[in-house]
Design a protein around this ligand. Structure first.
Ligand code: G6P
Length: 613
């Protein structure tokens, strides 16, 4: 949700800023811009050159003159919140004299009153954004020291922000501030970077410092200085990023989503690696920060999450309850925060988030912590806010996920839930023998997912056949109900086809009215006690003339015979079917979107990391 870049050093800033923005494009992509401190020798008279364009980073790249000479600047890719998508509303925003330029990620809640106050002082606003007040406020307080001016401006701001700021009178200096929106400093050799996440700087440095809320940073090519809300200097903790640059390239795939879907055998393997103790039938989760006694004392589990991560949480809660026998519920973070939740002792909260930055999830988690709750994070992005603020957790290690629609992070989150379920179950009822069996089945998952991916051509053909239908139903029961929700979400997100995920047993209570020859139903048929019930639901749809695409075990010849179209998946213990069943649904959504000519990686109106409520 908006991406920020900053560079100061010996190289030409514009190229580094634009390349960095390209890496952050998944955070927002309606418009983009840069502000560069132009070298005195450059003909463009202003000491700050601001270039903005509507659309993706490619249009900004075209607009930046090849010979623009300047070694320090800031950049921004936008996901609009206040003010329509146009060039004026794009960032960076400058003050009236073009002395100060800022980029902002977040929302300034009191911007209208600040704007009124500044207009009263004679300042003229150009845009409809909340962010522009920051530029004018900094200019208002500027007296030769950009950091002091930004700090003075911050005192007036209510809301969330990650800010990057430059001043024409202080060559080579960038000042940044963070409150609620992520900001990372990249420490190079004679050059420094600022960005919303590490992807933007991975090509240049792997040494990073994650800023905390309330911190302000000044960057120069050879130095940086961080201070906290009380103006005390902070000793920076330099982390080393383990992600490789390759991991954020497409590596021969047409788009990131396709690459990430096909990467799942490896990413699930990574989530499990080193965490399976086959001898004792246990999971080894080193980051929980809970003693065995503390974990054993947990009487119930609550998941806090949004979007795809919530769907993983629904699967996880089903597992915890049915296998570890602890009551478990997954709640939408955006709902939990505002309903004055009761946080009971003995409750293990799990904050699940790929990015680790989703505002809804973060704020809900803080609310729970404020009430004394213990929150573990299940995150992908190392060093992200949720990962750092949680009391412990499990990194899912899927590697960078770039496509807006989440795929590999989802299956890695599932893997984390299976491991946690095993840990909890072995503390309660599960025997050593059953634990070992569970682990051996879990070990087989990457191989099964690999086989599920082999249905690629069949699924592409089905996508061709069905992609012009305007409505779909996705139906499943038990563990496969959240998978139906996730399948419907994937289709909606990237193909813009209306799809509803529903519990198969529930359709007769309303949604069956939607069934017609133009509305296909995708059925997830398990191979356990719910199989017969699901087949009955499937027949109810067939009897009303609705086309049925069924996904079931390759051995299920009966389902293959009843359905209009059949996608076989490798047979496995039904407890592990969420892994094999989600793969065809991801592929189906992907191929429908491709067939319809959609922008698969960057679907309209969405952003990957939603850092506003
Ligand atoms: C956004 C994305 C979804 C994602 C959700 C939660 O809405 O578009 O794909 O599932 O945020 O993201 P998180 O990073 O918390 O898992």
């Amino acid at each position: 949700m908006c991406g920020i870049t900053g560079y100061t050093g010996p190289k030409q800033a514009s190229r580094i800023l634009v390349d960095g923005l390209k890496r952050l494009e998944y955070r927002g992509y309606d418009s983009a811009g840069i502000a560069v401190q132009t070298d005195p020798a450059d003909q463009r008279a202003n000491a700050l050159t601001v270039i903005k364009r509507v659309g993706k980073i490619a249009s900004l790249r075209q607009a930046v003159p090849k010979d623009l000479s300047g070694h320090c600047g800031i950049g921004h890719t936008r996901w609009a919140t206040h003010g329509e998508v146009n060039e004026v509303n794009a960032h960076p925003h400058a003050d009236g004299s073009n002395r100060i330029a800022i980029v902002h990620n977040g929302i300034i809640e009191n911007y209208l009153s600040l704007k009124g106050m500044l207009e009263h002082e004679g300042m003229v606003f150009a845009s409809q954004t909340d962010s522009e007040v920051i530029a004018h406020l900094v200019a208002y307080h500027y007296d030769g020291d950009l950091e002091a001016a930004l700090k003075a401006a911050l005192k007036h701001l209510k809301g969330t922000f990650g800010i990057g700021c430059v001043c024409s009178q202080e060559p080579g200096r960038i000042v940044g501030a963070r409150n609620g929106s992520p900001l990372v400093v990249g420490v190079g050799d004679g050059e420094m970077f600022l960005a919303s996440d590490v992807n933007a700087m991975l090509a240049h440095t792997k040494r990073v410092v994650y800023l905390n809320d309330g911190e302000v940073v000044s960057l120069w090519p050879h130095d940086f200085r961080i201070s906290d809300g009380d103006d005390q200097s902070v000793d920076p903790k330099i982390d080393h990023v383990t992600w490789e640059l390759d991991a954020i390239e497409k590596e021969g795939f047409g788009c990131y989503m396709e690459k990430e879907i096909f990467e799942q055998p490896d990413s699930i393997e990574r989530a499990l690696k080193g965490r399976m103790d086959s001898e004792y039938g246990l999971a080894k989760l080193g980051g929980l920060n809970l003693s065995k006694k503390e974990l054993h004392a947990m009487q119930r589990v609550r998941v806090i999450a949004a979007g795809t991560s919530w769907h993983a949480g629904l699967v996880g809660c089903h597992l915890v309850e049915s296998i570890a026998r602890l009551p478990a519920l997954a709640e939408l973070a955006s709902e939990l925060r505002y309903r004055n939740p009761v946080v009971e002792p003995g409750t293990l909260y799990l904050s699940v988030s790929q990015s680790g930055e989703t505002a809804d999830t973060l704020y809900a988690m803080r609310e729970v912590q404020r009430r004394g709750g213990t929150v573990l994070g299940i995150c992908n992005v190392v060093g992200s806010t949720i990962a750092r603020e949680s009391d412990g957790g499990i990194y899912v290690h899927s590697g960078p996920e770039i496509a807006v629609a989440s795929t590999k992070a989802f299956t890695s989150q599932l893997a984390a839930f299976y491991l946690l379920t095993l840990s909890l179950a072995r503390m309660h009822d599960m025997s050593h023998h059953d634990g070992s069996l569970f682990l051996s089945q879990l070990k087989a998952i990457p191989g099964l997912v690999k086989r599920a991916l082999e249905q690629r051509d069949l699924i592409q053909a089905l996508a061709k056949k069905y992609c012009h239908c305007s409505d779909f139903l996705f139906l499943g029961r038990g563990l496969l109900y959240p998978i139906a929700l996730e399948g419907a979400l994937k289709l909606k997100e990237i193909s813009y086809i209306h799809a509803e995920g529903y519990a198969a047993g529930e359709i007769k209570h309303g949604p069956i009215a939607l069934v017609s020859p133009q509305t296909p139903s995708v059925f997830l048929v398990p191979n356990d006690h719910l199989r017969e019930k699901t087949i009955t639901n499937l027949k109810e749809i067939k009897a009303r003339g609705g086309p049925v695409i069924a996904i079931a075990s390759e051995k299920d010849l009966e389902v293959a015979a009843i359905a209009d179209d059949f996608i076989p998946v490798p047979d496995c213990d039904s407890r592990f079917q969420p892994f094999t069943m989600i793969v065809p649904l991801q592929l189906f959504a992907y191929f429908c979107a491709l067939e319809l000519g959609r922008d698969v990686d960057q679907p309209r109106n969405l952003a990957k990391s939603v850092t506003v409520e």
